[in-house]
Design a protein around this ligand. Structure first.
Ligand SMILES: NC(=O)c1ccc[n+]([C@@H]2O[C@H](COP(=O)([O-])OP(=O)(O)OC[C@H]3O[C@@H](n4cnc5c(N)ncnc54)[C@H](OP(=O)(O)O)[C@@H]3O)[C@@H](O)[C@H]2O)c1
Length: 319
């Protein structure tokens, strides 16, 4: 028997099944493993097309995953209709407008936190009781490589994905006695429409970066299903994500500095990404001058404090 054979015929709840990686995971689970998948997304046309293609093995519900109430209603509905969930895949998510943290509005921040992180909390809370009863339980949360190597311009996105990673690691520990496989997927760039949905930006700019370095959604989908089957707790589906993880393990201080520099070099050339780095570039000379004058000011302050007699050579001040 193969390591992935337990996936055959399982009941799955999958968010974000209408496009991108979620859609690819859905196709594999239904077509290859004959799973019964209950998908969650909002785009009716895309969901109906998938229903027409996949038939009885696929059903869907349309709701906003940010709503705690909808999650609990959904879980109750499935239980009432006898759909006993074995596997929960929290895949749906959104990206943030690229830019400085302080330029994000409170509404934008709330939307990103609710969609990317609280939805995962609600999903796990609503479905863990049922999954605990399954002999073939699994939970998979899709975070991002930016959970381990966050980068400027994507502050809240990185923050939510780090939260998803943290929750998943804890669930792995807490659910040990229940034979539930727990997986956190941390992709690098994947060619999907997620960048097109980025608010207030021309899609083609962000797209061109991902197009040149990203893997396809199909490749990511295949790898994600395998990782769920094997119950890999931390899974990096592409080379860049693996490299980011290795960098953070071996050189935890140098890697963020390098990736920040790289982002500045690459993104500085992309008009819509440029402004967050342009300010740094413009301020470079100013900063040098400021550092010089700061040194002089510090020297003055020390002299002033010493003259006041505040320095005493005792246990407290002798540090
Ligand atoms: N693509 C990448 O480079 C990349 C890299 C690292 C991590 N990720 C993560 O991987 C996951 C999948 O990303 P993807 O690239 O496949 O994205 P995608 O193609 O944009 O698909 C996102 C899916 O999530 C659903 N969704 C989004 N917000 C929702 C909401 N509020 N309520 C219900 N459904 C919602 C969308 O469905 P509807 O539009 O029909 O609602 C869609 O099916 C996300 O969590 C993302 O953060 C992606």
């Amino acid at each position: 028997m193969g390591r992935l054979d337990w996936l055959y015929g399982r009941n799955v709840v999958l968010t974000g099944c209408s496009t991108g990686m979620g859609k690819e995971v859905l196709l594999i689970l239904v077509k290859k493993y004959g799973c019964n998948v209950m998908g969650v997304a909002r785009n009716k046309q895309k969901l109906d097309e998938l229903k027409a293609e996949l038939g009885d093995k696929f059903s869907y519900r349309r709701f906003n995953i940010s709503s705690q109430e909808e999650w609990y209603k959904f879980a109750k509905e499935l239980e009432d209709m006898g759909f006993m969930t074995d596997i929960l895949i929290n895949n749906a998510g959104m990206i943030q407008p690229f830019g400085q943290f302080n330029d994000l509005t409170d509404d934008q921040i709330a939307k990103i936190v609710n969609t990317n992180m609280l939805s995962v909390v609600y999903g796990c809370k609503a479905f863990i009781p049922t999954i605990k009863k399954s002999k073939f339980g699994a939970i998979c949360n899709v975070a991002s490589a930016s959970a381990i190597l966050p980068f400027g311009g994507e502050s809240i996105y990185s923050c939510t994905k780090a939260g998803v990673w943290g929750l998943t690691e804890c669930l792995k520990q807490e659910l040990k006695g229940f034979n539930i496989k727990v997986t956190c997927v941390m992709p690098g760039p994947v060619k999907t429409d997620i960048y097109k949905a980025r608010e207030g930006e021309k899609a083609d700019k962000a797209d061109s970066l991902v197009e040149s370095v990203g893997i396809t959604a199909q490749t990511a989908g295949k790898r994600i299903v395998k990782a769920i089957g094997k119950g890999k707790i931390r899974f990096f589906p592409d080379f860049l994500a693996k490299l980011m993880s290795l960098g953070m393990r071996c050189m935890p201080r140098l890697t963020p500095a390098l990736s920040g520099g790289l982002m500045k070099a690459v993104c500085g050339k992309v008009k819509s990404f440029g402004p967050i780095y342009q300010e740094q570039i413009d301020r470079k000379k100013e900063l040098k001058e400021m550092k010089k004058s700061r040194k002089a000011e510090i020297a003055h302050s020390i002299e002033d404090v010493k003259a006041d007699g505040a320095f005493k050579n005792d246990d407290v001040t002798n540090i």
